[in-house]
Design a protein around this ligand. Structure first.
Ligand SMILES: *[C@@H]1O[C@H](CO)[C@@H](O)[C@H](O)[C@H]1NC(C)=O
Ligand SMILES: *[C@@H]1O[C@H](CO)[C@@H](O)[C@H](O)[C@H]1NC(C)=O
Ligand SMILES: *[C@@H]1O[C@H](CO)[C@@H](O)[C@H](O)[C@H]1NC(C)=O
Ligand SMILES: *[C@@H]1O[C@H](CO)[C@@H](O)[C@H](O)[C@H]1NC(C)=O
Ligand SMILES: *[C@@H]1O[C@H](CO)[C@@H](O)[C@H](O)[C@H]1NC(C)=O
Ligand SMILES: *[C@@H]1O[C@H](CO)[C@@H](O)[C@H](O)[C@H]1NC(C)=O
Ligand SMILES: *[C@@H]1O[C@H](CO)[C@@H](O)[C@H](O)[C@H]1NC(C)=O
Length: 252
């Protein structure tokens, strides 16, 4: 294992701006909101690794025992072992969680054919698989941005202040969670009668301090997205996929 650290780290941060219009009809085939086919090598079609991977993902989205939306599974022997974690938003039902994980898994396998490692997610869940043990391992990337260009912020400084006030509070609340859940969500009034909704979440295997650090980093880079978003606006529109209310989503 390359890393000597003994923690796996993942935190999600969603900041929602009250949208002006409702999302468009979702595409018939689920499209991931964000994903990365990590360049860590490939497996051959019909290999044992592929069979183990398919079996593993199926065992996650058919598992009815887990209720807290966090799955940490592995399958296979030696070099053919596949490791996977999946995480759902805390505010959806176990059934909706499984459905989301199924869609995300199917999409990842389709979008990242033969990649031994991949990560991706939809609005409600995130799925990651790889051939190296990621349990108790701190990972800083990849990072993703997802944003909404239907709502423009006129008072950037005021909006930013409200957002940071909210995120500072939620960070400590989420970090103080237990081994089943580490999340917090709330809303705050922003200038010009806007409302900012936020959800922050860590995988529950993180310690309080790691969760807090991870969310601190995540909220710190949101202002960067303000620039990135402007440049990527055209591209995001082209994709024609389900529009989301998230203004920014950081994934570490
Ligand atoms: C994962 O797969 C890649 C590509 O096949 C390989 O180079 C790497 O050694 C494997 N890692 C482990 C931990 O088996
Ligand atoms: C994989 O297996 C399927 C079903 O047995 C077969 O149709 C297909 O040709 C195989 N593909 C490769 C690349 O071996
Ligand atoms: C999963 O995909 C199906 C078919 O595209 C869709 O009807 C369903 O709403 C999706 N579920 C989730 C949770 O994304
Ligand atoms: C995928 O993640 C890797 C590792 O973090 C990063 O180097 C690469 O740029 C990412 N690829 C894309 C398309 O974002
Ligand atoms: C937001 O600003 C962009 C660029 O100035 C503009 O094209 C877009 O129409 C605006 N959107 C809304 C909802 O006002
Ligand atoms: C937003 O707030 C953060 C933290 O207080 C600060 O670092 C950043 O410069 C602010 N950005 C804007 C555009 O005001
Ligand atoms: C994740 O799975 C590994 C391997 O089975 C196990 O050692 C570890 O305790 C699990 N962690 C959590 C938080 O479930």
């Amino acid at each position: 294992m390359a890393s000597s650290r003994l923690l796996f780290s993942l935190c999600l941060l969603f900041v929602k701006v009250l949208a002006l219009a409702k999302a468009q009809q979702p595409a018939a085939q689920p499209v991931l909101l964000y994903y990365n086919c990590t360049g860590k090598g490939s497996y051959t079609t019909n290999s044992t690794y592929q069979a183990n991977l398919n079996q593993l993902l199926t065992s996650i989205y058919t598992n009815t025992e887990i209720k807290n939306g966090f799955y940490n599974f592995s399958n296979g022997q030696d070099a053919d072992t596949v490791y996977s974690i999946a995480l759902c938003r805390p505010d959806i039902s176990p059934g909706a969680c499984r459905s989301c994980i199924r869609n995300a898994s199917d999409s990842l396998l389709r979008l990242c054919p033969n990649f031994v490692e991949a990560i991706g997610g939809l609005d409600d869940c995130m799925v990651r698989y790889t051939n190296r043990s990621i349990f108790n391992l701190l990972e800083e990337g990849p990072r993703f941005w997802v944003y909404d260009d239907r709502v423009n912020v006129s008072d950037v400084v005021g909006f930013n202040q409200s957002r940071m006030t909210l995120l500072d509070r939620l960070r400590d609340e989420a970090a103080a969670g237990n081994s089943g859940y580490k999340y917090a969500m709330d809303q705050i009034a922003a200038p010009n009668f806007q409302t900012i909704y936020a959800l922050v979440q860590c995988t529950p295997d993180l310690s309080t301090s790691e969760c807090r650090d991870c969310l601190y980093t995540a909220s710190g880079v949101i202002p960067e997205c303000f620039c990135v978003c402007i440049f990527l606006r055209a591209r995001r529109k082209q994709k024609g996929e389900k529009e989301e209310e998230e203004e920014a989503k950081g994934n570490f």
